[in-house]
Design a protein around this ligand. Structure first.
Ligand SMILES: [Zn+2]
Length: 465
């Protein structure tokens, strides 16, 4: 049974490039030319640069490549090419509007819980469309792969992944975690006791004890997930988490463990997590243990720079009291985050980055908000090249897709973005991505309208600024 499911999962991955969309262009080669190409792994720049693509994959890279007969040529002028961006931690099926003060006072976990509950109990069809919209917006902003770590209902993320791979909707490559594994008492509280379990089970799998932990992993495997997500709170034991991780590894799946506080981080380290999500309170000793065990830290600079006030103010009246409390805690947390980033860089622990995007962000699409969130790492003191590594080559390794994405190298999928300037001197260039290609197909091209006209309808910009 398990072997069969693993085989099915492996087959569905292998089928990724064979989507109907890709099939239409499979016989066609594409040559992308640009002024520069940045290799995030080394920091080297190739100038000028050409990338030859066949069957959705990168075939050759060089300063000058002559176009094969019948190849489509995409000339991006002086732009800089780099690998498509990867969001390693997202929740595309949530779009939380922060409730006002009085509403928040009535709930534990009040920023999150009311909207999470609504998302769970409202129509799953409605929720699916929210997920599809967010996926499209991510891709349009240059995010060509997203790891969705929970809050997708029972099968929202696996179905969205399959719909994208089948060419039914437009979106990035998706790694889907299915339902989050949690212990009782996390997330939603104050539910009607008669309905609580029925509601919770639409979104979560409980792991009370090692056997339930193994069963929960198998339940997700049955849904054909790509990764297991566990939230480690202080309630979770090392024995429970170890059982979940052992079972996941037996099924060849990696385990991403949400752990923000020191005790939970230690539980995740001791149980052998593949990545620790957030990790805000990690001590230097814990970072050293993670480095020695090869555990990735997935940084999520979501709340950096007064994020919550920014998303609250346009929609609700914020009391003076809340405003000053948030401003104060925000400044304090930013300083702590600056220190975390420096300690992470010093420790030598492997790191990637995710957005934890699940919030409604006024004035920005999901993709625009997500890229801006990832770039908070630069504000927190990380060099631009390290920020770019965290969301390309490092992220690909953390996801276990280092042979597929994260770099512009022969054999990898042709997932590329281009910006007008130099993202190493100004990383905010990534907020102004001008060209997006996924699987060898042009998703967006604001740079080369002339050549896109010659190139046919596949080159048409999907969104113009
Ligand atoms: Zn999250």
């Amino acid at each position: 049974m398990h072997k069969l499911l693993t085989l099915i999962a492996a087959t569905s991955l292998a089928l990724l490039p064979n989507t109907p969309l890709a099939a239409q262009s499979a016989s066609r080669a594409t040559l992308v030319r640009a002024g520069r190409l940045l290799d995030p792994r080394t920091g080297n720049v190739l100038a000028p640069a050409a990338v030859l693509i066949e069957d959705g994959k990168i075939k050759q890279i060089g300063a000058q490549i002559s176009a094969p007969n019948g190849a489509k040529i995409v000339d991006l002028g002086s732009a800089t090419l780099l690998p498509g961006l990867i969001d390693s931690h997202a929740h595309l099926f949530l779009n939380i509007v922060i409730p006002p003060d009085e509403e928040r006072k009535r709930h534990l976990n009040a920023f999150f819980a009311p909207a999470d509950l609504l998302a769970i109990v409202e129509s799953p069809t409605k929720r699916a469309f929210v997920g599809a919209q967010n996926a499209r917006e991510d891709l349009e902003s240059g995010i060509t792969a997203v790891r969705i770590l929970g809050h997708s209902g029972i099968d929202g993320d696996t179905e969205l992944r399959d719909a994208i791979n089948a060419g039914r909707v437009t979106g990035p490559r998706i790694l889907a975690a299915g339902r989050k594994l949690i212990t009782r008492g996390d997330y939603l509280q104050n539910l009607n006791p008669a309905l609580a379990d029925a509601i919770m089970q639409q979104e979560f799998l409980f792991i009370d004890g090692a056997d339930r932990a193994r069963a929960a992993v198998r339940q997700n495997v049955f849904q054909n997930v790509d990764v297991i997500k566990v939230t480690a709170s202080e309630n979770m034991t090392v024995v429970e988490l170890t059982a979940a991780i052992e079972e996941a590894h037996r099924q060849h799946l990696k385990v991403a463990v949400h752990a923000a506080e020191k005790a939970a981080i230690q539980t995740a380290i001791d149980a052998g997590a593949d990545s620790i999500e957030h990790g805000n309170e990690a001590t230097d000793e814990q970072l050293r243990q993670m480095r020695d065990k090869g555990i990735f830290l997935d940084l999520t600079p979501t709340a950096y720079g007064g994020f919550f006030l920014k998303i609250m103010e346009p929609s609700i009246v914020v009391s003076a009291e809340t405003r000053s409390a948030r401003a104060e805690s925000s400044a304090r947390r930013d300083k702590e985050y600056d220190q975390l980033v420096q300690r992470v860089l010093k420790s030598g622990v492997k790191f990637a980055a995710g957005t934890d995007m699940c919030w409604w962000y006024p004035g920005k699409t999901c993709g625009e908000a997500s890229v801006a969130t990832l770039l908070n790492l630069r504000l927190a003191g990380m060099r631009a090249l390290d920020v770019i590594r965290a969301i390309t080559v490092n992220a690909a390794e953390m996801l276990g897709w280092q042979d597929k994405i994260g770099a512009i190298e022969p054999g990898k999928f042709a997932d590329l973005v281009a910006v007008a300037g130099d993202p190493v001197t100004d990383v905010t260039e990534l907020e102004r991505v001008r060209f997006v290609m996924k699987n060898g197909e042009v998703v967006r091209n604001d740079l080369a309208f002339q050549s896109s006209l010659r190139g046919g309808p596949g080159n048409k910009p999907t969104r113009q600024d």
